[in-house]
Design a protein around this ligand. Structure first.
Ligand SMILES: CC(C)(COP(=O)(O)OP(=O)(O)OC[C@H]1O[C@@H](n2cnc3c(N)ncnc32)[C@H](O)[C@@H]1OP(=O)(O)O)[C@@H](O)C(=O)NCCC(=O)NCCS
Length: 249
């Protein structure tokens, strides 16, 4: 029933150059070896270490370290520098970008449970969101607040066995767009309609006019695994997407 973009997560090999009409999307597990955690910790900045120190649970802290490390390792690979040399800047809402070095390389990161995803494009706003589909999450209690009336109608019209996955698909579309804009939840989620008419599953690629009406975005629902939903949002259209599984290199 779900109609995400069919993805071969082994399309992309490290070293493939990023061209102006392509998006590269990497996935990785956040459960990485102790030796890699030790290597990563040595590459992190003071603010990354301070953030990690504030994470109370030990498994969550390790996954946060892994997420920061994967972000550094993948970006450094494109820039041909050491991960520890990367410097980040942050917008007023916390969206990270590369500071000074190769600022045309735009990226966004999302993680959920043990999964990590990073999307890259040149000179284009990009956002990504992944969510683990939680069979116990009471999504019915929050949809009227966070979703548009149209999205609520579309969800209610689906057979009940499809509603939970549809909820997560709509959620990741919205959040990917909100992250691409860089404002995250400071935008009003219930004013962003991503139901695309009455066909909640839409096409694999959905052209989407933003709130301002001037910008077109492409939203791609990604085939990940049955217990995750994921979407990437990119400004403008005509993108070719390539996918890779990042392994410990
Ligand atoms: C960005 C945001 C949507 C992330 O939500 P999330 O589901 O918890 O997390 P995800 O895993 O999808 O994304 C996290 C990553 O997004 C990136 N990120 C952080 N702020 C971001 C922003 N404003 N826009 C885009 N990406 C952002 C970071 O790389 C972050 O990685 P980290 O957690 O390893 O540091 C959320 O934190 C947010 O809305 N931040 C803006 C804060 C704000 O202004 N809030 C207003 C009051 S509600």
């Amino acid at each position: 029933m779900r109609r995400e973009l069919t993805v071969n997560w082994h399309d992309l090999q490290p070293g493939r150059a990023l061209s102006r009409d392509t998006v590269h999307i990497w996935r990785a597990s956040l459960d990485i070896s102790k030796s890699l955690i030790n290597y990563i910790e040595a590459t992190l900045s003071a603010d990354e270490l301070a953030h990690i120190a504030g994470v109370r649970s030990s498994p969550a802290r390790l996954r946060n370290i892994a997420a920061y490390g994967l972000r550094r390792m993948i970006l450094a690979h494109y820039m041909n520098i050491d991960p520890g040399e990367l410097r980040f800047s942050y917008n007023a809402y916390g969206k990270p970008a590369l500071a000074s070095q190769m600022t045309e390389l735009c990226f966004n990161v999302s993680h959920s449970a043990d999964q990590f995803i990073l999307a890259l494009a040149l000179d284009s706003a990009i956002g990504v969101d992944i969510e683990r589909i939680d069979a116990r999450f009471p999504w019915q209690e929050i949809v009227s607040h966070w979703f548009t009336p149209n999205e609520n109608t579309v969800l209610q019209s689906l057979p009940s066995e499809f509603q939970r996955n549809a909820f997560y698909t709509l959620w990741t579309r919205k959040e990917a767009y909100m992250k691409a804009c860089g404002q995250g939840f400071s935008l009003k989620m219930n004013q962003i309609d991503v139901s695309f008419g009455s066909d909640v599953w839409g096409n694999a690629i959905n052209a989407f006019k933003a709130l301002d009406g001037d910008t077109t975005w492409e939203l791609h629902d990604l085939e990940f695994s049955s217990d995750y939903a994921a979407t990437v949002a990119i400004q403008n259209n005509g993108w070719s997407l390539y996918f890779g599984q990042w392994e410990d290199h």
